[in-house]
Design a protein around this ligand. Structure first.
Ligand code: PLP
Length: 410
């Protein structure tokens, strides 16, 4: 069960969803900005995707054998992201991140991986590390059940701090297999990359023979058809994908240059396999989704709506006299309303947020029929199904909800 632990109360049980709305078992309908935590860029249950899933399921859900649809989705993704010449599909973002890290270690013969404090790359042992402070910190597992050794080769640096990254490489460059980063941080709330940060990571990796891995599980096909790498013009060695490319079905993928990917078994020696990887139902849902995303003006129209929501939230913050206490971060159709002073540029800035004020805001929004993520440190996702009316309604509910939250921020 998905928990409301961070905001209190019991989550509604969702019965169905269509377009921008989700409906619970008691027939309460909400405008939804969780969007399944990212996949639902077309809104819920879009007709072409539902049709594709039905059609594929009638022919069998899984064969354990190659299919045409798997090849077609691979072609569509590699055409969209030139850094990916070869791709492998798996069943979750966690699996993709875990496999990409193994590939980088196998291909470089090095053990250490650098990740950002507050960056999320799924729940594999070595990646579930973010505790610590200061410029650089050695990995300490963030949760019980992870042996210290499993995280010992994970090095942490603050997101957006290129100097800290250079320092890490100065100390241990020859032992670092890869830098793993969300190009736009989305799991500390939405935090855009500082000017030059991603290009700087590219340079430092090149200088030390390490791989640059972009985790585009959230940003892939969301920020543009070519993902964050196209938006910011930085080419990673390996890209991790998930969410949108599966059209709401379970998926993950990782890919890169043919030479790197050929290190994977059975061609190479780095083992990876999965029973349900590339299953035809998921592939069909992904293909139908990518096709819809190629419609003329899709991303422009999503940007317009998202910008209107961002401006609406900023106006609501001013109305509630919170302009200096609330920070609206937006990159394309991903937004966060931090109950923290602007600007929020990293994990340290995000985590000073007043989470009690967010909880009050969250419940006031839920009462007004707006469904947000039950955590300050998640993104709001705008979809193509959100109407102008939805946006206006959300902004005006925000003005009221922010006033309620303001009492906790005096
Ligand atoms: N990477 C990022 C950036 C994510 O946001 C997530 C999940 O939210 C993952 C990896 C893990 O994906 P999954 O939940 O499909 O395992």
């Amino acid at each position: 069960m998905r928990s409301f632990a961070a905001v209190g109360g019991e989550p509604p049980l969702i019965a169905r969803a269509k377009g921008s709305k989700i409906t619970d078992v008691d027939d309460n309908t909400y405008i939804d900005y969780v969007g399944s935590y990212g996949p639902s860029i077309l809104g819920h249950a879009p007709e072409p995707v539902v049709t594709a899933i039905n059609k594929a399921a009638r022919h069998g859900a899984s064969y354990g054998a190659p299919t045409e649809s798997e090849t077609k989705l691979a072609e569509a993704v590699t055409a969209a992201l030139p850094s990916i010449e070869k791709i492998r599909f798996v069943s979750s973002g966690t699996e993709a991140a875990m496999s990409a890290v193994r590939l980088a270690r196998g291909a470089t013969g090095r053990a250490k991986v650098v990740k950002c404090i507050g960056g999320y790359h799924g729940h594999a042992d070595a990646m579930l590390v973010s505790a610590g402070s200061g410029a650089t910190t050695l990995g300490v597992p963030s949760c019980p059940g992870i042996p210290v050794g499993a995280a010992a080769d994970t090095i942490l640096t603050p997101y957006n701090d290129l100097a800290a990254m250079q320092e890490v490489f100065g100390e241990s460059g020859e032992t670092i297999a890869a830098v793993l980063v969300e190009p736009v941080a989305a799991n500390m709330g939405v935090v855009p990359p500082a000017e030059g940060y991603l290009a700087g990571l590219r340079n430092v990796c090149d200088a030390h023979g390490a791989m640059l891995i972009f985790d585009e599980v959230i940003t892939g096909f969301r920020l543009s058809y070519g993902g964050a790498q196209s938006l910011y013009g930085v080419r990673p060695d390996v890209t991790i994908l998930g969410k949108i490319i599966g059209g709401g079905m379970p998926i993950g993928a990782f890919g890169g240059a043919a030479g790197i990917m050929s290190r994977l078994a059975p061609e190479g020696e780095v083992y990876q396999a999965g029973t349900l990887s590339g299953n035809p139902v998921t592939m069909a849902a992904g293909l139908a989704t990518l096709q819809a995303l190629q419609a003329e003006g899709f991303y422009e129209s999503l940007e317009e709506r998202s910008a209107a929501l961002g401006l609406g939230l900023e106006a609501a913050a001013r109305e509630a006299d919170l302009a200096d206490k609330v920070c609206i971060n937006r990159v394309g159709s991903m937004l966060s309303c931090f109950f923290a002073p602007p600007p929020v540029t990293d994990y340290a800035g995000a985590t000073v947020a007043n989470t009690k004020a967010y909880a009050t805001y969250f419940h006031a929004m839920l009462d007004a029929g707006i469904y947000l993520a039950p955590s300050q440190f998640e993104a709001m996702f705008v979809s193509a199904a959100h109407s102008d009316d939805d946006i206006t309604q959300t902004a005006s509910a925000s003005a009221k909800a922010l006033r309620a939250a303001a009492r906790l921020m005096a």
